[in-house]
Design a protein. Sequence first.
Length: 84
Amino acid sequence: MAKLIAILNVTAWAGFWAFGYLALTADSGAGGQTVTALILAALGGGLGLWAWLWLVRHSEATGYAPAPKRAYPDEDLRLHEGSL
């Protein structure tokens, strides 16, 4: 499943860049083509972002990538309300 999502990720980002380029360089008279390219670029970007985040969570869950370090507050260092 992870390989399928990885292929989807690459394909979606390729579509994002290709259709984004077409949307930016389209002739101003061709409004329908610009809107279509913009919609396809947005779909590619959204799908690529979703697939990338899925792959990050999957790699952390399987132990392939270490989870990011998170800081937790230390109870001993917290200021007490009555000491001020």
